[in-house]
Design a binder for this molecule. Structure first.
Ligand SMILES: Nc1ncnc2c1ncn2[C@@H]1O[C@H](COP(=O)(O)OP(=O)(O)O)[C@@H](O)[C@H]1O
Ligand SMILES: [Mg+2]
Length: 234
């Protein structure tokens, strides 16, 4: 579904990604794990078109994303839940969800999509008139994910969805990955929360200092002493 080949990314004088190749197949949940500063957010941004790679190729179902503007990338079925959620705190939950939809709010399809999101997150329906900024961290993460789902994506990019959440809420966020897959979505998730993310993804890549250092089935990565000691810190 998505393939990155030898992707390079730079910020003015700093190279953030070196020769990154990875693949996500339809229906999979794939993790990218790595410490702070590894380049995880940069990787998400090059896929969603917010940052242009300086080398390599990114192809989604045969379409070259490197030449595609971000709004077209959304239309191709990729939705990005950014790091630290970036909700509009002074807008209601429902208005935040509307921002995730490029369908006009008057269209029947928009109502249907809203219903799908509210089915998945009954809590958001209850809170639909509440200001997003006044909700708990976990509820705000649900709202951010709900907003991404409004565009009816095939591939969901999740950038550290567990960051800053209480342990019990972190578990709910990871359970959600399983539910989203059951609903037919393909998921690419970047996380520092290594042990928990490896329990919900099929495969993972280890990113460190802008390079992929290891890759494999989630269970293999968890079981490998070498990888645990060298890269995962667990
Ligand atoms: N806008 C920027 N300008 C310069 N350097 C940046 C910028 N954004 C990120 N970086 C650097 O790129 C590297 C990777 O950052 P990032 O992708 O945010 O890592 P991660 O999400 O894994 O913590 C870091 O060293 C970071 O300091
Ligand atoms: Mg990051």
């Amino acid at each position: 579904m998505l393939a990155l080949k030898s992707v390079r990314a730079d910020y003015t004088t700093f190279q953030a990604l070196f020769d990154v190749s990875l693949e996500v197949r339809q229906g999979e949940a794939v993790g990218v794990i790595g410490p702070n500063g590894a380049g995880k957010t940069t990787l998400m941004r090059v896929v969603s078109g917010l940052l242009r790679p300086t080398g390599g190729s990114i192809v989604m179902e045969g379409v070259d994303l490197v030449k595609t503007p971000p709004h077209r990338i959304v239309e191709l079925g990729i939705a990005h839940v950014p790091e630290s959620r970036r909700l509009f705190p002074r807008m209601s939950v429902e208005d935040n969800l509307k921002m995730g939809s490029f369908m006009r709010a008057a269209r029947p399809k928009f109502r249907r999509r809203l219903d799908v999101v509210y089915e998945l997150f009954p809590r958001l329906r209850e809170r639909r008139a509440q200001l997003a900024g006044s909700m708990s961290g976990g509820e705000q993460q649900m709202c951010a994910i709900g907003r991404a789902l409004m565009s009816e994506p095939k591939l969901l990019l999740l950038d550290e969805p567990s960051a800053g959440l209480a342990p019990v809420v972190v578990e709910q966020v990871f359970d959600l990955v399983t539910r989203l897959r059951a609903a037919g979505l393909t998921v690419l998730i970047v996380e520092q929360n290594v042990q928990q993310v490896l329990r919900v993804v099929d495969r993972a890549y280890v990113l460190k200092a802008g390079r992929i250092r290891a890759a494999g089935a989630a269970a293999e990565l968890l079981a490998s002493d070498t990888i645990r000691e060298a890269y995962l810190g667990i």
